[in-house]
Ligand binder design. Sequence first.
Ligand SMILES: C[S@@+](CC[C@H](N)C(=O)[O-])C[C@H]1O[C@@H](n2cnc3c(N)ncnc32)[C@H](O)[C@@H]1O
Length: 582
Amino acid sequence: MAEQQRKVILECISTPNKGRGMTSPNDISPASLIHAEDPLAVIIMKSCRDTHCHYCFSEAPADVVFCPSCTIPIYCSNRCQEEAVGQISWNQNACLESNNSVVDIAKLSVTSTRCKTQIAEHRHECGGAHWAAVLPADIVLAGRIMAQYIEKQLLAGKRTTISGPNLDLVHHYNQDSPASKFESHIYATVLLLCLQSYYKSGVSWAEDSLSQLVLLICQIKVNSIAIVHMKSMDGGKVLTVNKGFSGSSGAVMCSVEQVRVAQAIYMSGSFFNHSCQPNVHAYFRSRTLVLRSSEYIKAGTPIELSYGPQAGEMDLPERQKSLRENYYFSCGCSNCSVLSLSDLVMNSFRCPQSNCLGAVSELIYYRCKENSVHVSIGESHVCTLSLPDISKFDEDMVKVGNLFFKSDAILNIDPGFCMSCRSQLDLSSAVAISDRATSKINRLKELPALDNVPEVVIAEALQSLEQTEKLRHPYSKALAQAQDTIAEAFAKVGDQEQARKHCKASIKILEKLYHPSHIIIAHELIKLVSIELSMGDGASASAAFARADAIFSLYYGPDVKRILPYVDALRRTVSERSVGSC
Ligand SMILES: C[S@@+](CC[C@H](N)C(=O)[O-])C[C@H]1O[C@@H](n2cnc3c(N)ncnc32)[C@H](O)[C@@H]1O
């Protein structure tokens, strides 16, 4: 059923440091549908070519349908095949005729009745050379945008010389390295030759068509969005067969994996800027981009999604590096402008003084007079942050970096020194011991069948966890991951009491790194629900599920059932078990 709601009005505005951006003149309530859009063009990721439908990107069934001409793309149904290729008439002499311009498509062996209104996206890639199977996905995507532009011109009866689609999208050609510029020029040349060979004399090319193609490739680098589908691991099996909660044979924990299935250009979607603490959540219904508010958004506030890196998941230098490398900008979002708890603790060690919650970091923090903090790694400056209004934060924030918040002095916190009491830690040996402990814990993941994990391996992992707890900051990501891995191992060998303890410990840390209603917490809570069900504790499972469900509804609205079907199946199991436990 279509979602009933008030339409959110969006405005594209000019921002001081991020170019254009989106906002709304109205207040937006949480979980509102902000925007839904089909892509201008889209292409399947190379890694999914053999496993997913090339049109809707769902997992391909055993009896796939091939492209009838080149047999390279696979589709899950005749309908998807027809959408991508056009209607098949098997006419070897078929021509696409538009007024006086005639394009020979005999090689393709297909004609499309749909193409009068809509362009079949794969047609121009067929017919012998198979260049689309060889070129990188973003270049094939550029080819699809160009083909669409050309065919629209032809169908409109315009006998214009083809230049470029002239999309009004930002690019960073000038910031590209010489090697990357060279690569774009080479690919543009190859793509132009491929398109020329397909359209033959049906199209005449402008002098600037090559540079327009280079520009388009650069626009795709900055504006394309990865389409991610959620894949439920283990959970689906548990919930359909409805076993695995027995306790003795071990619980199968529900977890999800995000699979990057495709890369797409969304014209309006391209005007949303990035934030490391976004206020909208982006997800996909097949190839449609959907944006939903994950919090209350006051009128006039920038509406921003995450391009990938998020606070809590990566620390500030990691986020900045990833955004610079992948999107060519230094992030100016509100989270990257202010010193935050998760950035201070995420990769930190604990203070050697047992009664101190201060963080010991590998980064240099230099606090200046004007209440700003410069962050560096060795010699290289990463960024400058403002000090937050500590009245808005919990006490832990102050305990972690007491010197910053309680001191007016200019000060320098070097790597290895506590940010609260300045005690010194032998950082290099702490790093070495902690890394060794982490790799021992991670061995649990590599074991093929965890039901038969020798007790000694679990004992060794627990010892390593103890070491990690002694060295890593209590809110560090390494500790959260260690607790999570150990929880999964205990769940699989059937010690649900231990599994619950470690799963809860992991959630507690994640609540500090992200925030209590972040989607990552909901996914962890679902694991806890599986464990509690297998313990026969229906009441606790039901409480944990209710919390997870509230977060999922915030992020996915009524689409939860479609995007995360296992959550719905789990809902039924939880309600049966909680009734049974009353
Ligand atoms: C997909 S576009 C977003 C719309 C863009 N601002 C425009 O004017 O068309 C991505 C580009 O916007 C800018 N941008 C987006 N988020 C930003 C952020 N958090 N900090 C700085 N620049 C940002 C960068 O130039 C980035 O390459």
